[in-house]
Each structure stands twice: as C-alpha cells, then as structure tokens.
Design a protein around this ligand. Structure first.
Ligand code: ASP
Ligand code: MG
Length: 408
C-alpha cells in the first residue's frame, strides 16, 4: 500500500466527462489499496477567463481580490471531482488551500508556501477518504486567500506530496511526458523515461511548459519523486528524480527554446569600475530578472557595450531603467531587440563530456544561423539567435545530437 498524490491539470478536468475519467483513475488507484490525494487545477481556460473579467474593471486590479477571484476556479473542480469520485462509491472530500492548512507568505498572486499544517487532510486519509485538494492556492497567517503563480497547482501537488510523505507525486497532463524537445517542431522527438531534477529545471525554465519551474525547485529540494504522464492513456510517463550514473552517460538530454526574450544593449558606456554594478542594481530593484549578460570592450579600452536579456514582458521597464542609467553614465544610447529567441542544449552528461558547445556552434554555423549571445552552465549551453530561425535551430540540433534515437 502506498500514498500517492495525483495532480490533474486544466485539460484533464476540462469538462464533466473528463472529470468522470479522472474519478475513474482515482478510484482505480484507491481500489489497489493506495491512499490517494488528488490535486486539481481549474478547468482549462477558466483562470484566463477570470483574469479577463477583472481586466474589464481595472488595468491593475487589487491583488488580494485577484486571489479571491482566481482561487474560485480550483474550488469548483475540487468539489466536482469529489462528487464524481463519490458517485463511484468511493468516499472523497474536497479541501480548499485554507482547509488543507497551506500557509503562504503575503505576496498576492505569486505567494510562496511557508508550511503545511495538513492535519485535517491526514485525518481524512486515515478515515478512508480520498482527499481532493483545490490546487494553486493557500492562505496567509492572517487568513487572506493567496494564489501561487500561474501553473501553481503543480507546486501544490509537490508540496503536499512532501508534507504527507507521499511515495510518488503523479502530474497528469495532456501529453505523455517530457520530450527531448517540442514534438510540435520535431515530430521525431522522443519521450524520456527518466530525467534529473536539474535537467527538468532547465527545461521548465527554458520554456518546455510541462511543469511549473517552482514545483521542480521544490521537488529537487525535498527529493519528491515526480512522474509526468497523460490522463488520457496508461503510458508510463517520465520520471523526474535525482541524477544517477546512467544519466551521465547521456551527454545531451534535450533541446529547449524560449521565444519570450528581449535583448537590451547599452552602447558605448565609459569603461570604468562600477558600471555594471550600477546598471544591474537598478534593473534588480525594478524586479526584472536578467538572464544572459555580455560585455564587449572597444579595442582602445575606453568604452564598453553591455548587453543583457530580459523576459519580453519586461522590455519596456528594462528600457526605461537602462536609459536613465545610460544618461547618468554618459553612454551613447540604449538599443533593444525583441526578434530573438534562446536555444538551449541540456544534459547532466556535459559535466563529464566535452565538445557539446563546439558541436552546437558548428551546427548553427552550417545552417547559416548567426549567434547573437552565448551562455553556459555545467549542464547547458544556450545561444541567442534570430527569432525566425528558432524552429530550424531546434530541428538541426535535435538531429545532430541524435536525440530521436533511444539513448537509454
Ligand atoms: N489554474 C491556474 C493556472 O491556470 C493554476 C494551474 O492550473 O496550475 O495558472
Ligand atoms: Mg500546468
């Protein structure tokens, strides 16, 4: 007998038939003698619809009220799912984040979970109920409802799995698992049987939208074994776990891309100590997350160009801050480019194998794709390129690293 957390995303609970399908799966798992905690998202499109309604009233709606509003979507599906499970003869009980004791900080619309006082949930499990938790939400110490950021039901599931010491956290979605790259671009993309937390984190933050980034960070920190699989079939899915020896033999595990990038360049800044410090302090104070940074110094050593990338949604803010600083420092001007994307090659095997970066650069060159910026970490190489070559780059890199062939 095991304790299993099953999280069902928006498409998996998108209508009543799908909720019945979820109920069947849950009852099957419970019938095998397992205790089950189900975590549900809002029906697909519901959260966007609610955001749209608020947008008709205000350009910047009150964030506390936003959380009251948005948390309703998950509340609906949790009650409906509990009813569907009971209709099959299995006891079930729904819980809001508050009832489940999910205590968060006070940062509305992107709150962090601080602790989980899951007594009521544990009690219900002991009494033979399937617990159905409304995902994406919690409550502050002072009992204001909060939400955990877009895609936050994944985080609810992983956090609950850790709190109740679950044997497994299954994330059910509308794809079969984590792929070597986006199958919409490369039909030969292969589903991975297993991937390390670190690789998953790179894939998640680089734009492979299967798991919310924060949920992967949480799973890694608390070593929660996660499976990503489809609620529409019985295929085994992808296991996200700690790195093992076998994974190291695979040099490259996946190719990610991110079209949500913009590049800002401060041109001809006097090259003096403290320039970068000043610029990036102001950027950080504006709550803008910078990804890549490149500095080029002119041949006479007097001037520098500083380029960096930010999420496209922050371009305007980043530009304003940079222009103010540029003026102060006597730089010539600030340029921006939004027609770029970031392509990344990821694999824990890079720790022990060399040559990945050069192979990537050669492949892009052979296809006449210009590299605008480069950055590397222990387990990835990223290049910024022209947006229009994104698909081509993903395809040729997937091919050259042989990702379509089974590696394990
Ligand atoms: N319903 C929320 C969203 O759409 C949370 C989730 O689905 O995970 O972002
Ligand atoms: Mg999701």
């Amino acid at each position: 007998m095991a304790l299993i957390v099953q999280k069902y995303g928006g498409t998996s609970v998108g209508n009543i038939d799908r909720i019945k399908n979820v109920a069947n799966r849950v009852v099957r798992t419970a019938g095998q003698g397992n205790k089950v905690v189900v975590v549900v998202s809002a029906m697909s499109g519901e959260t966007d619809k609610l955001i749209g309604l608020a947008g008709q009233l205000s350009a910047a709606p009150n964030e506390r009220e936003m959380d009251m509003l948005l948390s309703s979507g998950e509340r609906v599906t949790s009650a409906l799912t509990a009813m569907a499970i009971e209709a099959l003869g299995q006891k079930a009980k729904s819980f809001t984040g508050r009832q489940a004791g999910i205590i968060t900080d006070t940062v509305h619309t992107k709150a962090k979970i601080e602790r989980i006082a899951g007594d009521r949930m544990k009690q219900a499990l002991e009494q033979g109920y399937v617990v159905v938790l409304a995902g994406f939400q919690g409550v502050t110490e002072t009992e204001d409802v909060t939400t955990l950021g877009r895609g936050g039901s994944d985080l609810s599931a992983v956090a609950i799995a850790s709190a109740v010491n679950a044997d497994l956290c299954e994330i059910y979605t509308d794809v079969d698992g984590v792929y070597t790259t986006d199958p919409n671009i490369v039909p030969e993309a292969r589903k991975l049987e297993k991937i390390s937390y670190e690789e998953m984190l790179e894939l998640a933050s680089l734009g492979a939208k299967v798991l919310q980034t924060r949920s992967v960070e949480f799973a890694m920190k608390y070593k929660v074994p996660v499976v990503v699989r489809s609620s529409f079939n019985d295929n085994p899915g992808t296991l996200v776990v700690e790195e093992d020896k076998e994974m190291e033999n695979v040099v490259v595990s996946g190719i990610a891309y991110d079209k949500n990038q913009a590049k800002i360049t401060v041109v001809n800044v006097p090259d003096k100590p403290g320039i970068a410090a000043k610029l990036f302090r102001s950027i950080a104070e504006a709550n803008i997350v910078v990804d890549m940074i490149v500095q080029n110094v002119s041949s006479d050593g007097k001037f520098a160009d500083i380029s960096f990338t930010v999420p496209k949604t922050d371009t305007r803010k980043a530009l304003e801050v940079s222009e103010a600083i540029a003026k102060e420092m006597g730089a010539e001007r600030v340029d921006r480019r939004e027609d770029i994307s970031k392509i990344s090659v990821i694999g824990v095997g890079m720790r022990t194998h060399s040559g990945v970066a050069s192979k990537m650069f050669q492949t892009l060159a052979a296809n006449n794709i210009n590299i605008v910026m480069i950055s590397t970490s222990e387990i990835k190489v990223s290049c910024v390129i022209d947006l229009k070559y994104t698909e081509l780059a993903v395809r040729v890199l997937h091919e050259v690293f042989g990702l379509a062939e089974a590696a394990h």
